[in-house]
Unconditional design. Structure first.
Length: 163
């Protein structure tokens, strides 16, 4: 995984307890399940098709006019408030290959399939959004490229500070 680890992003200091989560490799699904002592679930918010943004198409090295299937979810651990807001962007070309299974996983986490007996190539960037600290990962998995964006919500930051 190619991963730069700055301490500051756009003038904001990355909280020490968040660095571990923002730069962790492997399955966030498994890491949240472990943190929640076995409790974890996914709530699907939306699934729809949209045109790739210029930045996303550039990062995945795909034409900007391509359509992508986008899935937005909330990820929960052992608390009633969501810990992570996730957004997955699958270009239509990837959906014609092995990544087509992701369109049919319903409320299952992408990580259960993505990291099952594989270690996908991952390029990562960390940003700060209005909702919280966010990591964006561009995966190459069985020849398919897609982006998974995970925003760690305030409830998550509060939980890890207390535990």
């Amino acid at each position: 995984m190619r991963n730069l680890r700055p301490n500051r992003i756009k003038g904001r200091e990355i909280p020490t307890e968040m660095k571990k989560w923002l730069y962790a490799s492997g399955s966030l699904t498994q890491q949240l399940t472990d943190l929640g002592e076995g409790e974890f679930h996914v709530e699907r918010l939306t699934e729809h098709f949209q045109r790739l943004t210029f930045n996303d198409s550039r990062w995945m090295q795909m034409p900007a006019h391509h359509i992508a299937w986008v899935r937005e979810t909330n990820l929960y651990g052992s608390e009633t408030e969501a810990w992570v807001k996730a957004k997955s962007i699958f270009p239509i070309l990837s959906l014609h290959k092995k990544a087509r299974l992701f369109r049919h996983i319903r409320n299952k986490p992408i990580g259960w399939f993505l990291f099952q007996r594989t270690n996908p190539v991952c390029e990562r960037r960390v940003i700060y959004l209005e909702e919280g600290w966010t990591r964006q990962s561009c995966y190459t998995w069985h020849g398919c490229k897609f982006i998974v964006q995970e925003t760690f919500l305030p409830a998550f930051e509060q939980f890890i500070r207390q535990h």
